[in-house]
Design a protein around this ligand. Structure first.
Ligand SMILES: [Zn+2]
Length: 219
């Protein structure tokens, strides 16, 4: 899950929480803050602590962007005061506790062994909250799995091409186009996983996906 930086509060006051949408989109890109799917329609402004359970309605700290699938699953499960029981992509390291090998979202158990137990528990709770690892069946309309898989295949294909050109003059044009493709297909962490041994591509992904919290990726 891509860790994001929303920056300082961009407004003095907004009347409706939906008015935060353009600010969020400009700062962190039109991607779901949970599953990382690109959102082609207007993204839904998501309340971290549910507005029906006392969460602040228009407070910048309580807002993220979400796709319909994550927003629906999260529903009103996080009440006011319960935020601290989970990790959040705008505050915590939400990149390392999950893995996306073969385009499938999973808990990174190996990593969580090295962290403190609260952090590990909060990471698991977030994963469960939005059902990040959901694999849909026939009746299940959840498209996140499908689109992540497409992004995974795009990344694998791109990597094959990249390996052929990275020692040649076409390298920089190829890299530029590859990043455009990545931003179109979304699923930042899946691309990062496919290129996990390639510092140059990872650096470009981190730099070019707007609002990615860079310090999470520094040693
Ligand atoms: Zn989502």
């Amino acid at each position: 899950m891509r860790p994001v930086c929303k920056g300082e509060i961009p407004y003095k006051e907004i009347r409706q929480y939906g008015d935060a949408e353009p600010y969020l989109e400009e700062r962190i890109g039109a991607y779901c803050s949970y599953c990382e799917m690109p959102i082609k329609h207007v993204p839904e402004v998501e309340h971290i602590e549910s507005r029906s359970k006392g969460g602040a309605l228009t407070e910048w700290d309580n807002l993220l962007l979400a796709c319909k699938y994550c927003n629906t699953r999260k529903s009103n499960l996080v009440a006011k005061g319960e935020k601290e029981n989970y990790l959040w992509s705008d505050e915590d390291d939400t990149f390392h506790p999950y893995s996306y090998s073969n385009g499938i979202a999973q808990i990174n158990e190996e990593y969580l062994k090295s962290t403190d137990s609260d952090y590990a528990e909060h990471a698991r709770k977030l994963f469960e909250l939005v059902k990040l690892g959901n694999v849909p069946n026939e009746r299940n309309k959840d498209r996140r799995f499908f689109w992540r898989n497409e992004a995974y295949n795009d990344a694998v294909d791109s990597k094959e091409g990249w390996i052929k050109v990275r020692e040649t003059k076409q390298k920089s044009v190829f890299l530029k186009n590859m990043i455009i493709a990545a931003k179109n297909s979304g699923f930042f962490s899946t691309w990062m996983e496919v290129f996990k041994d390639d510092e140059e591509v990872k650096r470009a992904l981190i730099d070019e996906f707007n609002g990615t919290r860079k310090e999470i990726f520094e040693e």
